[in-house]
Design a binder for this molecule. Structure first.
Ligand code: FAD
Length: 470
């Protein structure tokens, strides 16, 4: 007989909504806790920014901004890759934006409609922040106490059979450690003026103090979490760190108003130097160090006097409501987790949806949700705790062998199709259609082309295919 569990879902973003749908479909009883005033998570654009532009404050703190979208954001995947089964984003218009790569309002309206049509909206408790999740009984999580604070500020504790964590991971900035140099005291006993060699981060003639560069650098510094519009960068020389989808979008947008844009990227490939597509943008290697005179030095040896450094360097996993024996976030690895979803010690009653990235996100949210729902009901039994731990260890071993750093534990690319197909096998779903993986890989290539028009060009090409135009 199938088990019918009472399940608390933490968060009503895309992950929480699809998790709730799958849990309901499997016959579970569901309560979705959402700390903000609406569902939609990331896709609910928030014009506010954190008080600290680098967002290094306490992210459990009330008032911390969850959203990381900029005003102009359009999806970086075509709408065919952003729907849920039985409820596609393609072929329908939800907020008057029919473009292949719609703006954020269209995705939010899609999620709103999805929540209503799937019956999930009625299960969402808004302004209900989960403060603490703790296992009851033997500490293995047979039952879970969920303490949450509602609109009236009162804290209530409720007991559930299971908790599904869908609290998102694009809110707490990951800011790299960058070396800084204070060109100060020569080794001689008396102070003399020192003219530093600006093209190098070290100089034998001087006592060079390596400090946390970020704290000493005199210009402005901001993480993309707090970037909303390009106007504040008008006339500036801006260094954009990172070459992910957001970094590319933001560098492009800023280049229309800034004096110069310099992209610093670890994997800049053979594209160092002036970017042909732009009048005022250059590609560099990663930042070697930043100096207290405002200079930014790049790995390939060039340097620039910048006004602002804009970090598009991703986010940290952060679960302020979880403090569990044996479950840690270490160098951005949440672990141990079996297939990014179940901590073996607490499985199946504690799970995480949406941790992996670099894949067709909505598809992976849905498949992970189906798996969790089926594992809870007993339809898809999990291996023993020991076997799950062995699989986790094997995953780490293969990462090490491949030289993949720990912080990339939850990056699916390039094995993202294998992961989705593996999930599909657990719940008897078909494997990913070939056109979807081709479309995804093609989109990645186009993002990397740095061509501003990749989204609209795609649209024109689709139309031409449909009309038979050349
Ligand atoms: P979120 O959307 O972050 O939702 C988490 C929810 O949990 C929030 O509503 C939050 O308020 C709530 N919450 C958190 N803590 C608590 C708590 N303690 N108690 C109660 N509620 C809580 N994906 C794509 O597929 N295509 C794209 O084009 C794309 N572009 C992106 C662009 C940017 C700039 C960013 C940042 C992300 C983008 N993504 C994109 C990825 C995006 O994160 C996912 O599409 C998806 O929105 C993730 O959903 P989620 O539910 O996991 O997290």
């Amino acid at each position: 007989m199938r088990r019918r569990a009472e399940v608390a879902v933490v968060g009503a973003g895309a992950a929480g909504l699809v998790a709730a749908r799958e849990l309901l479909r499997e016959g579970h009883v569901v309560a979705v806790f959402e700390k903000s005033a609406r569902a939609g998570g990331t896709w609910a654009y928030d014009p506010r920014a954190d008080a600290d532009p680098l967002g290094r404050g306490d992210h459990g703190a009330p008032g911390a901004v969850h959203g990381s979208l900029y005003a102009s954001l359009r999806t970086n995947l075509p709408r065919q890759l952003m729907g849920f089964s039985g409820f596609p984003l393609a072929g329908r218009v939800f907020a008057g934006d029919p473009r292949a790569f719609p703006g954020h309002r269209e995705v939010l309206a899609f999620l709103d409609a999805f929540a209503v049509e799937s019956g999930v909206a009625a299960r969402v408790r808004l302004r209900a922040e989960v403060l603490r999740v703790r296992p009851l009984g033997l500490g293995q999580g047979e039952r879970w106490a969920v303490a949450w604070r509602g609109e009236d500020r009162e804290v209530v504790e409720e007991v559930f059979d299971a908790v599904v964590v869908c609290s998102g991971h694009c809110s707490v900035p990951l800011v790299p450690k960058i070396r800084g140099a204070i060109w100060s005291l020569p080794f001689s006993s008396h102070l003399t003026a020192v003219i530093p060699d600006k093209t190098s981060c070290s100089n034998a003639s001087m006592l060079v103090l390596w400090v946390t560069g970020i704290d000493q650098w005199p210009g402005k510094q901001i993480h993309s979490h707090n970037y909303r519009v390009p106007e504040p960068f008008r006339g500036q020389t801006v260094v954009v760190v990172g070459l992910g989808a957001s970094g590319i979008d933001i560098a492009r947008e800023i280049s229309h108003v800034a004096k110069e844009v310099h992209i610093a990227a670890r994997y800049s490939g053979d594209r160092l130097g002036k970017i042909e597509l732009y009048n005022n943008a250059w590609m560099h290697g990663e930042i070697e160090c930043i100096q207290d005179d405002g200079q930014v030095l790049f790995a390939e040896g060039s340097s620039v006097a910048a006004d602002t450094i804009l970090y598009c360097t991703g986010y940290r996993y952060h679960f302020p409501f979880l403090d569990l024996d044996g479950l840690t976030v270490d160098d951005n690895r949440v672990g141990p987790l079996y297939k990014h979803v179940f901590p073996p010690k607490y499985a199946p009653n504690l799970s995480f949806i949406g941790l992996p990235y670099k894949s067709i996100i909505f598809q992976s949210l849905e498949l992970e949700s189906k798996w969790v729902a089926a594992a809870l009901s007993g339809r898809a039994p999990l291996p023993s705790e020991e076997d799950m731990m062995a699989a986790v260890r094997e995953h780490y071993r293969r990462m090490e062998e491949a030289g993949k750093p720990k912080r990339h534990t939850h990056t699916l690319w390039p094995e993202w199709v294998e992961y989705l197909d593996w999930l599909a096998d657990q719940v008897g779903e078909p494997h990913l259609e070939a056109w979807k993986s081709e479309m995804y890989e093609e989109t990645l290539k186009r993002i990397w082309s740095l061509d501003e028009g990749y989204r609209d060009l795609w649209e024109e090409e689709e139309e031409n295919i449909a009309t038979g135009s050349p």
